[in-house]
Design a protein around this ligand. Structure first.
Ligand SMILES: [Zn+2]
Ligand SMILES: [Zn+2]
Length: 384
């Protein structure tokens, strides 16, 4: 399926402002609205196309993804493409119509189109929600997870219609096939026409005489499906992705719901996380801190050697630049911050005791604790 460029559809430039996009959409949506172009298939398609382009370009997040990955970036993760979100493939007429209504508040009213999409909306499948647990290693790069979900899918026997065969569908006699019931009310203010979806056919305009034996007329069956979810680098606990159309199939061909994937973070053995920065607590022996040392510390990708300078104080922070996590939807990486503490032995062997006693006899191994203001000098280092 080759798709036209969204900017081209709206006739705006790549760096158009939100306002320009809004204006362009407004103009085109009015021009191609089906109520102004009764039965014109081409303008219905145009209206849909314009609505889809607007739904993406008016949303900063979607627009950024589209700019970066094109149409591919917007497709649901089901096919294992590079997509993160918002199924570009499943945009429906009802979506364009509802964007239009949000925009103009009620649109042209009385349009049988919007009612058809309302009845379609009633049959829409439920959204499903799952959570996936990721390690910091997985969060540090783009990760694709295969998840198994048990959900309603379109019935394979009737292709979602709910009918045994084409001949077992007939026009609804209650509404004459229009899917809506009109009632006229008279009042002192004049005549009102009330339009509501037909209950006999659920607003579909047709009834099933002989139901599909596999799904019992529901148009959907339960099945287990594998979905590939591609998670952009830098996500954090509680954030979620929406895979459009990957939720439950709708009743009798109704639109499928979405699959909401909630991110959870597994606790890491070594690191604490503060957004894109990582923290690691390094304990040094008294002699390592005094003499300086080269110590192996963990990073997300493995290990590195860290040079600890001689005379390193407890509370000191050493920084490994850009060894943190990537910034979500952005550029660059956080840092790995190494917090130093000094390990003091609590049990001493005879030999160790002797050596400490020797150290103690020297003047330059002892703090001048009586010095006024010493605590003030190191306070910041200890508590920030
Ligand atoms: Zn069926
Ligand atoms: Zn009916």
């Amino acid at each position: 399926m080759s798709k036209r460029d969204y900017y081209e559809i709206l006739g705006v430039s790549k760096n158009a402002s939100k306002d320009d996009i809004k204006k362009a959409y407004k103009k085109l949506a009015l021009q191609f609205h089906p109520d102004r172009n009764q039965g014109n298939k081409e303008s219905e398609e145009k209206f849909k196309e314009v609505g889809e382009a607007y739904s993406v370009l008016s949303d900063d997040n979607k627009r950024a993804k589209y700019d970066r990955f094109g149409h591919e970036g917007l497709r649901g993760g089901g096919q294992g493409g590079g997509g993160f979100d918002f199924g570009g493939g499943s945009f429906d007429f009802g979506d364009a119509e509802s964007i239009f209504e949000q925009f103009f508040g009620g649109g042209f009213g009385g349009s049988s189109r919007s009612r058809r999409s309302n009845s379609n909306a009633q049959r829409r499948g439920n959204d499903l929600q799952i959570s996936i647990k990721l390690t910091l290693e997985e969060i540090s790069k783009e990760t694709t997870k295969k998840i198994k979900i048990n959900k309603y899918i379109k019935c394979t026997s009737c292709n979602g219609s709910g009918a045994k065969s084409i001949s077992s569908v007939s026009k609804c006699s209650s509404c004459g096939g229009t899917g809506e019931i009109r009632t006229v009310q008279r009042s002192i203010l004049g005549q009102f026409v009330n339009v509501s979806p037909c209950h006999a056919c659920d607003g579909m305009g047709e009834v099933i005489l002989e139901k599909c034996t596999l799904c019992g007329g529901d148009g959907r069956i339960r099945d287990e499906k594998n979905v590939n979810v591609t998670i952009p680098p830098g996500v954090s606990e509680g954030q979620y992705l929406t895979l459009s159309g990957e939720g439950n199939a709708g009743r009798r061909g109704g639109q499928p719901g979405d699959l909401i994937v909630i991110i959870q973070e597994k606790e890491h053995k070594y690191f604490n996380r503060d957004r894109e920065n990582l923290y690691y607590d390094l304990q040094l022996s008294v002699s390592e801190a005094a003499l300086g040392a080269e110590i192996e510390v963990p990073i997300i990708e493995g290990k590195v050697k860290l040079k600890v300078p001689s005379g390193t104080q407890p509370g000191k922070k050493l920084m490994l630049k850009e060894k943190g996590l990537p910034v979500l939807n952005g550029y660059g990486k956080g840092d790995l911050i190494i917090r130093i503490s000094i390990w003091i032995p609590t049990k001493l062997s005879k030999r160790a005791k002797e050596l400490f006693e020797q150290l103690e006899s020297l003047d330059d191994t002892k703090p001048k604790s009586s010095e006024k203001g010493f605590f003030e000098k190191i306070k910041d280092r200890l508590f920030d």
